[in-house]
Ligand binder design. Structure first.
Ligand SMILES: Cc1cc2nc3c(=O)[nH]c(=O)nc-3n(C[C@H](O)[C@H](O)[C@H](O)COP(=O)(O)OP(=O)(O)OC[C@H]3O[C@@H](n4cnc5c(N)ncnc54)[C@H](O)[C@@H]3O)c2cc1C
Length: 293
């Protein structure tokens, strides 16, 4: 089997889907899931006894017969500062990303973290901020050697500071940040600061799907392997988000799970129709569609 990179696989799959021209929606998050009471639905109850409403963060609403959740590791979110004062300062004086460097002009900024982002932003902000202090729990970094060397050179030139230690407390004055307490190996050091940029990397969270009232285990959705249906009727899960004994997180497994889930989902969408199983290799209509797309 020749090698195939992830993007190539995605491109080839999109190419294969194209002749079927089903609608796709990108860059939005499935947020809500609710049952639609049968009496509220336009379609006669005997044909479609069970409908679901999926809503997205852009306000779209999908009235569907079944849902297949393939949310993988979930949505990525920044690893947050685990201090009681942090939540109230978030997005005002505590930042998990730098979106506008002008916001830090003339400010005393602490950049916490030891990866490429922390080093890159500490170096970049030193030209506009009043003072930048890079804070990391150890001397070593998980970042490009060139950036580490550039940071040490900037510290030696007096352009910024580097402190080895961990955030111990955030000091506030009213609703603004006044400074941070840093726990070093032997002491606690207080540093005045106006803005804190914490770049500790990303963690995956199940996101809104965790609120869908599905049986979950260790952040994943429990499925019955007969059809990869979850604990709620007509809601299926496939891929890395699906949990069952001996599950292997492989692309191959996701394809198999999705195929079986969609066979059952078809019955929910078309309870009056029989499912006909065909292969692309010997079904003339399907072959024609894929060949002449
Ligand atoms: C480093 C690495 C190498 C790997 N190499 C291989 C390999 O060689 N072969 C192999 O078979 N497998 C490999 N795997 C495993 C493989 O990548 C996974 O099994 C596969 O990507 C799982 O696909 P998925 O669709 O379930 O999840 P994902 O690929 O994680 O995709 C889930 C998608 O859902 C989106 N999402 C999450 N929540 C929502 C929401 N609420 N609304 C809308 N979208 C949402 C996410 O943003 C994401 O785009 C590798 C994994 C890693 C980490």
């Amino acid at each position: 089997m020749p090698g195939c990179l992830a993007q190539d696989l995605v491109d080839r799959l999109l190419e294969q889907c194209a002749p079927f021209a089903f609608p796709m929606h990108f860059n939005e998050r499935a947020n809500g899931l609710a049952e639609i009471p049968a009496e509220a639905h336009a379609i006669a109850q005997h044909e479609h006894p069970h409908r679901l409403l999926v809503t997205t963060d852009t306000g779209k609403r999908f009235d569907v017969a079944a849902v297949l959740v393939c949310s993988g590791a979930g949505a990525f979110a920044p690893q947050r500062v685990a201090l009681p004062e942090a939540a109230a300062l978030e997005d005002r004086h505590l930042h998990y990303a730098v979106r506008d460097t002008a916001r830090f002009a003339g400010k005393r900024v602490v950049v916490a973290g030891g990866g490429d982002s922390a080093l890159d932003w500490a170096l970049a902000l030193r030209t506009t901020a009043a003072r930048v202090t890079l804070l990391h729990r150890r001397e070593g970094f998980r970042a490009a050697d060139g950036s580490v060397a550039e940071m040490h050179a900037a510290v030696a030139a007096g352009e910024m500071d580097f402190v080895v230690g961990m955030l111990g407390a955030l000091k506030t004055e009213g609703d603004t940040l006044a400074g941070v307490d840093i726990r070093t190996r032997d002491d606690v050091v207080s540093l005045p600061a106006d803005e804190l940029v914490a770049l500790y990397g990303l963690v995956s969270e199940p996101g809104p799907i965790a609120q869908w009232d599905l049986d979950m285990r260790a952040g994943r959705i429990v499925v019955d392997t007969t059809a990869y249906e979850t604990s709620r009727r007509a809601i299926f899960a496939a891929g890395d988000i699906a949990f069952y004994p001996n599950k292997q997180k492989l692309i191959l497994s996701g394809f198999h799970e999705a195929a079986l889930a969609l066979r059952r989902a078809y019955h929910y969408a078309h309870p009056e129709k029989a499912l006909v199983h065909v292969h692309t290799s010997n079904n003339a209509t399907l072959k024609e569609k894929l060949t002449h797309a």
